[in-house]
Design a protein around this ligand. Structure first.
Ligand code: DAT
Ligand code: MG
Length: 138
């Protein structure tokens, strides 16, 4: 079976809170491989492409603004079933209720109705992983 790849982002809240190392340590501890890693100041065009599936939703603009608020760390991570595996490691979208033991569950919280401040992004399918890797690692 070919090794799967996913696109992981440490979002601006994770970088600002100095959790990049702790987050990447969990990815590596799970046994996944960091294949590429960089810090990026994303521009609006890149973020609108990344979050294209959410255009038109009420949280789209605040989400893009939040992602513009500081640098993000982008990684290509490899491993067997890493797409599912990282989503499981990250926890559910809302950090308030994400399970303890997950990245969002352990480090995240609701800082005043800001679900977007949930520390990490991980691709949700093979197709979105390849699409997102193409956006962040041109
Ligand atoms: P995920 O990041 O868990 O894949 P998603 O793809 O549905 O979640 O949404 C992308 C991001 O948008 C998510 O990380 C946080 C934000 N978001 C999603 N649903 C939201 C909502 N109902 N209110 C505010 N922000 C939301
Ligand atoms: Mg998503």
């Amino acid at each position: 079976q070919p090794v799967e790849r996913t696109l992981i982002l440490v979002k601006p809240d994770g970088v600002k809170r100095q959790l990049t190392g702790a987050i990447l340590a969990r990815v590596e501890a799970k046994g996944y491989t960091l294949a590429e890693l960089k810090m990026v100041n994303a521009d609006r065009a890149l973020l609108e492409e990344h979050y294209a599936e959410h255009q038109g939703k009420p949280f789209f603009e605040p989400l893009v603004e939040f992602m513009l608020s500081g640098p993000v760390v982008a990684a290509i991570v490899e491993g067997h079933r890493v797409i599912e595996g990282f989503r499981s490691l990250a926890g559910t979208t809302d950090p308030t209720t994400a399970a303890p033991g997950t990245i969002r569950g352990d480090f995240g919280r609701d800082w005043g109705l800001k679900v977007q401040q949930n520390l990490v992004h991980g691709s949700d399918s093979v197709e979105s992983a390849e699409r997102e890797i193409g956006i962040w690692f041109k």
